[in-house]
Ligand binder design. Sequence first.
Ligand code: 2IP
Ligand code: CA
Ligand code: CA
Length: 377
Amino acid sequence: MADLLRLLLKVAEKAANVARVCRQEAPLFQLLVQEKTGDDKNKKFVQDFKTLADVVIQEMIRHDVGAQFPDMADFIHGEESNKFENGLGESVIVTVCSTEEETAALLATVLDGDHTAASLLAKAIHQDPATVEANTDGLTVSLSPSELGIWIDPIDATSQYIQGREEELEEGRLSPSGLHCALVLIGVYLRSTGEPIMGVINQPFHHKDPAGGGWKGRHFWGVSWGSINVCSVSQPKDGEDRGLSVVLSSSEKQVVKDALALLCSSDKLMYASGAGYKILCVIEGLADVYILSEGSTFKWDSCAPHALLRALGGGVVDLTKRLQMTSEGQDHTAELTYHEPDTECKGADRWANRGGLVAYRDCSKLNTVIAALKGKL
Ligand code: 2IP
Ligand code: CA
Ligand code: CA
């Protein structure tokens, strides 16, 4: 498992490099944007974008993980389909080839013959990033790759990634929107039960290098399996309870906003973009809970950060299921799982977290918000 974790940290950093290159090269970025159609349409946005950056990043992760762990190859899923249509209406399957030159040639067919853009992208895909620091000593988990599956969201909060607003982040404070909300999410689950057991989160745009070297990112990871619970983010120290803090999507239902306004002071009811970023805020302790009353997130949004929350003693529950339960306490029956599609739905919706969700670190905070929402939805 330590091997797999090290590989995922490395491919996530490579993914972050590709995301940065695509923004740095303005003409490249323009070329990358295509509109989604059909069943894969995310109903949340009137105009959702499928970027070549997304597809390329997902395929690169699939390629690198599949090469080192062949037993996992058929169980590496992601948000994107690797079928891409170029300006001539030709359908091209985007894959990572064995050499940089071959990948560049394939990408050029998607990029309508723009060889400069294709070479830039291929270079980032084939470049090995500097080793990512992670203390994985003693991380021995008795699971084999053939028992595991992977969910990838190559770029979460695509709209923030495309808008590209640069924000100065304040230490210890949640910042509602901007490039820092865009995250690379790679989650590992157990095929038999669907439990999330390992997660890697890379934030490609965390701060600008003061020496002018462009954007710098950061990463987080966690493993939770049996008695092993390890996370790169430390457990909060038991301090004074400063009152409940909640993060929501700005498009959350008014009835939810109203119910929570009765529980939190106005500065503790916060809004932010990106499903992954909001769960990361809970992981980092910038908010106690993230509540979403709609089925607008998917398995690839929650799997990776869910594993980190579990390693910290928290989790992510299905809101609808949890509201129907009578008992309090940490009962795992409402926790989200990642192995089974919803057969009543079609396309991407088969993998939606249909009942909404609550992400939490501390079970007592989960119980407080569930009590406040009972009978309201
Ligand atoms: C989106 C993205 C959105 C989020 C939505 C996700 O994923 O994280 O920001 O909406 O639920 O599916 P909101 O910001 O309102 O929480 P993607 O950008 O990968 O499509
Ligand atoms: Ca997403
Ligand atoms: Ca995405």
